[in-house]
Design a protein around this ligand. Structure first.
Ligand code: BEZ
Length: 256
């Protein structure tokens, strides 16, 4: 989960309360189908859990992420794997890979054509690009509630989207323009259970929505969180758990 908006992630909160990201990402590793000795780049590797899954298959992964704190934590957890800090939009590496893999990261990179170019250059001819990230309409309900509530505290809240959530058509166009052959693409709703019961939405907001709340005092922020929770409860709280209204796009493309 790379992060061009914020490279000072709380890697402990990420591992303790947001571990659903890498658990759900195991399906994307299955789509990657890593083979022994394949060189695989994990783009936006976060704290490295899926990079480690790739390593367990016998492949040789390199994990990259924009966040120093994520990479430090990944190196501590998995000292036998190579990790390095790189900008997901502009990285250039000295080696080429059989595959580039990315889970829950590309929506943070708001210059997607740059990402696609960097991925292309990182792949060997015939190499594959497997990615899952937020698709069109991702977290629409949460995003609207956050913006509506924060704008009652501050009138100058930006309404522009800080994430990139494309449709299949939009993303395939970028890939094809670069020269990729898109061989698989799916866009689907994936309501995602957040961790820690009643506290789940709070952890999610703490982890991911900090920039919206930055102009507020701590007192205003806790008031805003309560109002957001009550707005969202009827739709997103079920049987003691919060569910984020995630929509995913999953793609496989080949460098021909
Ligand atoms: C996502 O995984 O879809 C996501 C996570 C944090 C903020 C926005 C989207």
């Amino acid at each position: 989960m790379d992060t061009l908006l914020n490279n000072s992630w709380n890697s402990n909160l990420y591992d303790d309360k947001i571990s659903f990201v890498s658990k759900l990402g195991k399906d994307v590793v299955s789509l990657l189908d890593p083979q022994p000795n394949e060189k695989i780049l994990d783009l936006g590797c976060g704290t490295g859990d899926l990079t480690n899954e790739i390593k367990r298959s016998g492949a040789i992964p390199l994990g990259i992420d924009y966040s120093n704190s994520m990479i430090e934590k990944a190196r501590m957890k998995f000292p036998h794997i190579k990790f390095q800090v790189e900008n997901g939009e502009t990285f250039r590496l000295s080696e080429q890979f059989d595959a580039v893999f990315s889970n829950a990261a590309l929506h943070w990179m708001t210059r997607p054509a740059k990402v696609v170019e960097s991925v292309w250059l990182a792949l060997k001819d015939g190499g594959r690009f497997i990615a899952e990230f937020g698709g069109k309409n991702n977290i629409q309900t949460i995003d609207k509630a956050v913006k509506d509530v924060v704008s009652t505290f501050r009138t100058n809240v930006s309404k522009t989207n800080q994430w990139y959530y494309p449709s299949i058509g939009e993303y395939s166009y970028l890939l094809e323009k670069q020269g990729f052959l898109v061989v698989y693409a799916i866009h689907f709703d994936r309501p995602t259970q957040l961790e820690d019961g009643e506290n789940g939405l709070k952890h999610w907001l703490d982890m991911f929505a900090g920039s919206y709340f930055a102009p507020l005092s701590n007192f205003e922020k806790s008031q805003a969180y309560s109002i957001i929770e009550e707005k969202l409860r009827p739709e997103l709280f079920k049987n003691g758990c919060w569910f984020a209204d995630y929509v995913r796009i999953r793609i496989k493309a080949v460098k021909e």
